[in-house]
Design a protein around this ligand. Sequence first.
Ligand code: SAM
Length: 324
Amino acid sequence: MGRGTTLIEAALHGRVPCGCDVNPLSAVLTWPRLRPPELDEIVQRLGGLDYSAAGDQPDDLLVFYHRETLKQIGALRKYLNDRAASSKNDLVDDWIRMVAVNRLTGHSPGFFSVYTMPPNQAVSAEAQRKINEKRGQQPAAKNVAEVVARKSRQLLSDCNGEVRRMLSGVAYRGQLLTQSCDRVPEIKSGSVSLVVTSPPFLDVVDYAGDNWLRCWFIGVDPATVKLTVPKKVDEWQRAMTEGFRELARVLRPGGHVAFEVGEVRNGKVKLEEAVVPCGMAAGLEPLLVLINDQKFTKTANCWGVDNNSKGTNTNRIVVFKKAQ
Ligand SMILES: C[S@@+](CC[C@H](N)C(=O)[O-])C[C@H]1O[C@@H](n2cnc3c(N)ncnc32)[C@H](O)[C@@H]1O
């Protein structure tokens, strides 16, 4: 599920969205965009909150935030997590939480933080101290409610009546599961037309490290999230085969799996080839591999990585079919 793009696109096409990710962040980021509240409700809720209420304000985070901003973030975090813990959270709270999680860190004034990496690749406090020194920068005070309201206005700008009707027609029938994908008994056998999935590419991405700040905000200890990050190809294949067996079970006859893998280890390891026997072991037929060879990525630019020399430069989508 990741950040939920696939589910949202599915719902926008009138398909019932059904997803799974072992990290609770996924559902936090996805549900609100399937059931968006009205902008007025969001602005009203933001205006009614007490931003002086004491919440967790770790001193470590002062390399990212002005003390006044951190106070507001701490208060908002406490309000949202208390509401969630007592099951009093509504769609407006959930939306505000989704936007706030995405505004935690970034490179423009539209984020709560000083110039830094985006929130899905948050750097450590120590690394941020060095970035601040190098750039001669200090966090400026931000108004957290204003930042969330501005981003909400932008995100909802094309969410018109037609979009809302389409989403509301399918979202409530959807399922967003927070568990390992190799066992999803909640999803009925033979009920799924299309699976779009993108597993960890061996251990090339440090999901726990990259998400530490977002997990802090939603009150989740990243150490408790049991991610599948096999280092070796044979271990990866074993884990993928387990996943494929469950995918094959939930697929309807004639249904498809689009399985995305990135280029890893400078192209020496070909995951698109490694994945074919895993799908076949689960009884699926491999149909084709689609290669997306990109010229430029914003993230590569942020990291100062020359694209097409380091990192993940191409993606491959391996398509499988379940027999009729
Ligand atoms: C390559 S990322 C997918 C990124 C996604 N395409 C996106 O754009 O955000 C892999 C995802 O797999 C999840 N994951 C890792 N192990 C898992 C498991 N055993 N079951 C379900 N999800 C898992 C991670 O939390 C992460 O969100």
